[in-house]
Design a protein around this ligand. Structure first.
Ligand code: KIV
Ligand code: ZN
Length: 505
């Protein structure tokens, strides 16, 4: 039986990117956008073009390069915003202008300092203006879940008449609960006959941890599109997570009777890419994509899994693209084997990138006996996310222990020059970071530091993620190595290289 299609609107590059320190440049946005296209999302919200000229440029780049999904830009209900937004998305194969304005009294009266009628007129004028530029116009009634129902209906009815083709109902502050939110969708559909002619969408935030529950409740009650982000990243507690919604709809298809066009096998790779490029670690117990999502530790569970995986697994790891198969490479694996495995993992690298990956693979494989699929993916993604290196990491040595003052010596290369220095610190990482500060001539303030093992086992590859403030701006960095202090050093240097890439010396 044919099922209802749910439109997946991804806002990782807009709502997700609003997290401090997660800012992406145009190249990084494009990389994620192309992966989202591979994942099969229907709409990519590429940014908020009027927020900065850099973001407008990034949205333009995405609009030019992405061919299948609709490319949307966000705009306030202000002509100048809408113009900038249109200029950014107009080259897309399928452009969309997404206009939003507060509709709850607290937003209308307190934030916008207007009365309801004035806000409604502004909404209508803005949609009409946007429609004159672009046939595909989405309108969001910001803070819909806290809006007076009759006023909400008036706004929606009016903006549909002005030309909106998608109506989005946001639970902006994550206040709704599932039954109530599902009910709101039913009441809106019953109360506004014109809604049947447009796409009805929802956009839920996770302040009470209910974003996914509210989204699927809305879908069950007739919403046709859902706005979400990879890994659930976004303002405050985040947005509804794309992977959780998609896998809920798929795993419980008998309950929902709907489908999406998402290629679920691309979920894990997309999750890793977003985590790396935006420098936001995924919590280990995160549903669907967390490191423990498919790990079974209790003996009784392991016993069940060995007898029949279905005892404790409702989804297969491979369905979301987690490759459990024991693909093991060693330092003796030649280029052809590595190339073959990369292809297997879905990486299509040009020769230049392949050489960089191979060099790093050899370097890691010399110290770690076996390189797994996860190790190789980490190496590729870190190489792909690198900025031009003002400083290249050459090596390091540390002296540490409970009776000695931690001392770190680091060797870097800048152009043709080899730079070496040493520093002491409160611990080996601190000493290393102090040493790098001296070598690069700037002081970094470490805001976040996350270190995790990519695989299990004592010789697992360590992956470090940092956020560093340099000269008042925040830069993220990533590093990987079998040696965790070296991974930390590489991550810190990667953040500095981002600083230098933005501030040519
Ligand atoms: O949360 C929200 O209300 C939004 C709108 C702009 C859709 O992000
Ligand atoms: Zn939002």
């Amino acid at each position: 039986m044919a099922t209802r299609k749910i439109v997946i609107f991804d806002t990782t590059l807009r709502d997700g990117e609003q997290i401090p320190g997660a800012k992406l440049n145009a190249k990084q946005k494009l990389e994620i956008a192309l992966q989202l296209e591979k994942l099969g999302v229907d709409v990519i919200e590429a940014g908020f073009p009027c927020s900065s000229p850099g973001d407008a440029q990034a949205v333009k780049t995405v609009a030019r390069e992405v061919s299948k999904p609709v490319v949307a830009g966000l705009a306030r209900a202000v002509q100048k915003d809408i113009d900038i937004c249109w200029d950014s998305v107009r080259e897309a194969a399928r452009p969309r202008i997404h206009v939003f304005l507060g509709s709850s009294d607290i937003h209308v009266q307190r934030k916008l300092r207007m009365d309801r009628d004035k806000a409604l007129n502004l909404a209508v004028d803005s949609v009409r203006y946007a429609k004159g530029l672009c046939p595909d116009v989405e309108y969001s009634t910001e803070d819909a879940s806290r809006t007076d129902f009759d006023y909400l209906c008036r706004v929606i009815d009016s903006v549909i008449k002005a030309g909106a083709t998608t109506i989005n109902i946001p639970d902006t502050v994550g206040y709704a609960v599932p039954e109530e939110f599902g009910d709101l969708i039913v009441r809106l559909r019953e109360g506004i006959p014109a809604l049947s002619k447009v796409t009805l969408s929802v956009h839920c935030h996770n302040d009470l941890g209910l974003a996914v529950a509210n989204s699927v409740a809305a879908i069950r009650n007739g919403a046709q599109a859902v706005e979400c982000t990879i890994n659930g990243i976004g303002e405050r507690a985040g947005n509804a997570s794309l992977e959780e919604i998609v896998m809920t709809l798929r795993t419980r298809s008998s309950v929902f009777g709907v489908h999406t066009d998402i290629n679920t096998k691309e979920i894990f790779r997309t999750s890793r890419m977003v985590s790396r490029l935006m420098n936001i670690p995924v919590q280990p117990n995160k549903a669907v994509v967390g490191a423990n999502a498919f790990a079974h530790s209790a003996g009784i569970h392991q016993d069940g899994i060995l007898k029949d995986r279905r005892t404790y697994e409702i989804m297969k790891p491979e369905d979301v693209g987690i490759m459990e198969h024991t693909m093991v490479l060693t330092a003796r694996s030649g280029r052809a084997a590595v190339r073959h495995k990369l292809k297997d993992l879905g990486y299509d690298l040009d020769e230049n990138m392949f050489q960089k990956v191979f060099q790093r693979f050899i370097n890691v494989a010399d110290r770690k006996k076996e390189i797994t699929a996860k190790d190789l993916s980490s190496i590729v993604e870190i190489e792909m996310s690198k900025v031009p290196e003002t400083y290249t990491f050459l090596g390091m040595q540390i002296m540490s222990g409970d009776q000695t003052m931690p001392l770190s010596a680091v060797r870097l290369k800048k152009g043709e020059e080899i730079l070496t220095d040493a520093a002491i610190g409160n611990g080996p990482v601190d000493a290393t970071y102090r040493c790098i500060d001296r070598l690069v001539g700037h002081r970094g303030k470490l805001l976040d530091y996350d270190l995790k093992a990519i695989t299990t086992g004592k010789d697992a590859l360590g992956e470090a993620m940092v956020r560093v403030e340099v000269e008042g701006k925040i830069y993220s960095g990533l590093g990987t190595s079998p040696d965790v202090i070296e991974a930390s050093a590489r991550a810190y240097l990667n953040a500095f290289n981002r600083f230098f890439a933005n501030n040519v010396e």
